[in-house]
Design a protein around this ligand. Structure first.
Ligand code: PLP
Length: 454
């Protein structure tokens, strides 16, 4: 099976991949950064903003599926006992799902459309969990008809709904967590408190339902690994409670919340130890998770075109000797780009992100990956604010950023780590399209082989 590709992967394989990625030296071709840079440059060089048709200068993504593959190896290395069920809501890009399916992951779906998309790829219904504790009646009937049995619940009304519509479902009791340090809190809305779990299990028993596991979510973009430890401890308490009602629970679902930065190793370390303490391998309990951001974020780079500029002469700057050496007025600029908060930067609103602009092309010169592309703190550099294309004043991407280069209409900016909770929550407000091209590259031969591309 596809799974075996990774069961055979050793820690050394993983380190080799990362060595390649970060330090170059791959004999087989360009580094991931070079591949992404080439794709970005090729595309923007093909656009003549003076003469192009409407939309040709539209914002676009470059996705490196090799990065997704490396993240999967990193997962396997750090959490070998935990089977990921990718949270489709985070980024339902079909190519991303195709690769994850080939890698053997499961899928966490939150709606009929997501379940349909995953089933259409030929994924077995047993690899799907409908991880939404408050479900639509007709969707419950739909999953019953499709054989998607795993689903979560956290309240009595939902149990009665399931008893009526899909009594054969395999139920996960979602418990409350301390998500106070996470980017996006979920426990305000979902999760059974520990003083309600006994009553829920009693009702499930009375209704003749099939509780098979416990799930939790420590909040998306979790920052405190202790939340995982506490949640695992609480989950074990619920496993014991369930046993008193005759439920032999077989799966623990540790949810999502994992970040893709260096905090992952630390977070995974705490979780791994907690699992080994409270759900040791010999217990025979399956462990699954629902990571979204972890897999999608770093694989996507977004390129945006500067469509307008407004020049600001800052009269106030003369009041401040410190910010304006020599007491001269500083000229700064407002840059308007063709994507914003109502588009792929919806992550600023909904996901509390702060995407950082870099310069892709200025004055006809490609700057991707050069020091000139990076922001600077030097007061001699030019100050910009960056705005989206809609008529709403809230549509601001960056309040203040400095570059050494002069930027004007037709130039291009790029933003890294734009794969999670971006495109999927973009609107068409003001008539701007939320359908943007994705150019795929693949910096890992292993991922190419799984996708059947060369
Ligand atoms: N599972 C559930 C039930 C969620 O609500 C979410 C995000 O909201 C996820 C998984 C994915 O979370 P993350 O992207 O932080 O891994």
């Amino acid at each position: 099976s596809n799974n075996q590709v990774f069961l055979k992967t050793s820690a050394n394989d993983f380190l080799d991949h990362h060595h390649d990625a970060h330090y170059g030296g791959r004999p087989t071709g360009p580094s991931p950064k070079e591949l992404i840079g080439n794709a970005l440059r090729q595309r923007v060089e093909s656009v003549d903003y003076e003469y192009c048709d409407p939309g040709e200068e539209d914002t676009f993504f470059v996705a490196d599926l090799g990065e997704v593959y490396r993240q999967h190896l990193r997962w396997k290395l750090n959490l070998p006992r935990v089977k990921p069920f990718y949270a489709v809501k985070c980024n339902p890009d079909p190519k991303l799902l195709e690769l994850l399916s080939a890698l053997g992951t499961g899928f966490d779906c939150a709606s009929k459309a997501e379940i349909e998309q995953v089933l259409r790829m030929g994924v077995d219904p047993s690899r799907i969990i409908y991880a939404q504790p408050c479900k639509t009646n007709s969707y419950v009937r739909y999953v019953a008809s499709q054989g998607v049995r795993q689903m979560t619940f956290d309240n009595t009304d939902e149990l009665r709904k399931i008893a009526r519509l899909f009594p054969g479902a395999e139920l996960f009791l979602r418990i409350l967590t301390d998500d106070s340090s996470s980017l996006c809190r979920l426990s305000l809305k979902f999760g059974a408190s520990l003083d309600s779990t006994d009553g829920l299990l009693a009702l499930a028993h009375e209704l003749g339902l099939n509780v098979v596991g416990v799930s939790f979510h420590v909040g998306s973009g979790a920052a405190d690994s202790r939340a995982f430890l506490k949640a695992v401890q609480d989950a074990q308490t619920v496993f014991q409670q369930a046993a008193t009602y005759g439920f032999a629970l077989k799966t623990l679902d540790v949810g999502g919340g994992f970040c893709s930065d260096n905090s992952f190793e630390q977070m995974a370390g705490v979780l791994r130890e907690a699992l080994d303490d409270y759900f040791p391998a010999h217990s025979g309990i399956n462990i699954i998770a629902e990571p979204g951001r972890y897999y999608a974020s770093t694989a996507y780079t977004l390129a945006c075109n500067v469509i307008a500029r407004r020049t600001i002469r800052d009269m106030a700057a003369s009041d401040s000797e410190a910010s304006s050496p020599g007491g001269q007025n500083e000229t700064s600029y407002m840059l308007y780009i063709n994507d914003g908060l109502y588009g792929n930067f919806s992550s600023i609103m909904f996901d509390h992100q702060h995407p950082i602009a870099k310069v892709l092309r200025a004055g006809g010169q490609a700057l991707y990956g050069t020091p000139a592309a990076e922001r600077t703190n030097s007061h001699h550099a030019i100050e910009y604010s960056i705005w989206g294309p809609t008529c709403d004043g809230i549509d601001r991407i960056t309040e203040r950023i400095r570059f050494h280069v002069a930027l004007d209409v037709g130039d291009w900016l790029y933003f890294e780590d734009m794969g999670a909770y971006t495109k999927c929550s973009a609107t068409t407000f003001n008539g701007f399209s939320n359908e943007h091209d994705v150019i795929y590259v693949c910096s890992e031969p292993g991922a190419k082989a799984l996708l059947g591309v060369h």
